[in-house]
Design a protein around this ligand. Structure first.
Ligand code: CP
Length: 316
């Protein structure tokens, strides 16, 4: 590795694909986070480039809109000297009726090393692994998982709190449609945090307890003494039937205000994966407060994605 630092965990990272945090042990999560922490300083250099992935070809295949994930994967790849190529559904031959499998086979025929995919259908990245030779990284699939987001969330909390074990992490909002919530619940729980969730009953899926989360009966129960308060966007694009009365009512009952944050620990972190619906799930003064680490999440997204690209290429 040419990042100027060496890995110290001694962990053998054996994953060719990153499909979900559900497949990562605590040891592997820790190894990814340590690798990301060691890569972070590259983004602070005046010349932000190392030759680590020179000669590698990375394809960003995005079938849903994205700002943070797509850009940070592309920045991560470029900072490691890989060649990157972006395909959006709207400008691909999918608009002419080509199936995803045919698209995948044709991309694979061009010998990329890594394919990063975002798709509205849960399970698409796993399906892709059966048709391509490249490593596949899930950049968000339906309501299933968003593993790189979960990892950058854990990195951000560990950076500010110095640990993950024993923390109270509260997630409020549309848990039902949130792949971020699923990755965070699995990841934080696996790393020893206690995860509490709260939201409208129609947006809380059954079976969350099996993932280790505590489903709360009130906003106060969820937020009181929390170390981390994470709010989630209402995902209108995934709701065919309305599951909420109005956004105004949602903001009144579930929106995180200064008064709500007063229930949490004084040093609690405010987090949001983005994009934020300001004034709905999170009030602007809280989003922009000194407790907010939302932009740190974006910064750490680059470091985590550099680590994932590096590790799936067999660099342990
Ligand atoms: N957090 C996240 O996935 O943001 P984007 O949709 O902008 O990638």
């Amino acid at each position: 590795m040419n990042s100027g630092k060496t890995m110290t965990t001694g962990c053998h990272f054996s994953h060719k694909h990153i499909l979900g945090i559900e497949h990562l042990s605590a040891e592997h999560i820790d190894h990814i986070l340590q690798t990301a922490e060691s890569f972070k300083e590259i983004s602070g250099r005046s010349i932000k480039k190392v030759p680590t992935l020179r000669g590698r070809t990375i394809v960003n295949l995005f079938f849903e809109p994205s700002t943070r994930t797509r850009l940070s994967f592309e920045i991560a790849a470029k900072r490691m000297s890989a060649d990157t190529f972006n395909i959006s559904a709207s400008t691909s031959s999918a608009t002419k009726g080509e199936t995803l499998i045919d698209t995948a086979r044709n991309i694979s025929a061009m010998h990329p090393d890594i394919i990063i995919i975002r798709h509205s259908c849960s399970g698409t990245p796993e399906m892709l692994t059966r048709y391509v030779r490249a490593s596949v990284i899930n950049a968000g699939d339906g309501t299933h998982e968003h593993p790189s987001q979960g990892l950058l969330d854990m990195m951000t909390v560990r950076e500010h709190k110095g640990r993950l074990d024993g923390l109270k992490v509260t997630i409020i909002g549309d848990i039902l449609h949130s792949r971020v919530a699923h990755s965070d619940i699995i990841g934080f729980t696996r790393m020893g945090s206690r995860v509490f969730v709260y939201g409208p009953a129609t947006l809380i899926p059954v079976g969350l307890e099996k993932l280790g989360a505590v489903v709360c009966g009130s906003l106060e129960e969820a937020v009181r003494d929390a170390d981390v308060v994470m709010t989630l966007r209402i995902q209108k694009e995934r709701q065919s039937d309305p599951l909420l009365p109005t956004f105004r009512e949602y903001a009144q009952n579930y929106g995180v205000t200064r008064e709500v944050m007063a229930l949490a620990r004084n040093d609690a972190l405010v987090m949001h994966p983005g994009p934020i619906n300001r004034g709905v799930e999170l009030m602007p003064d809280v989003a922009d407060s000194s407790q907010s680490v939302i932009l740190d999440q974006a910064t750490n997204g680059v470091a985590v994605r550099m680590a994932l690209l590096y590790l799936v290429m067999g660099n342990t």
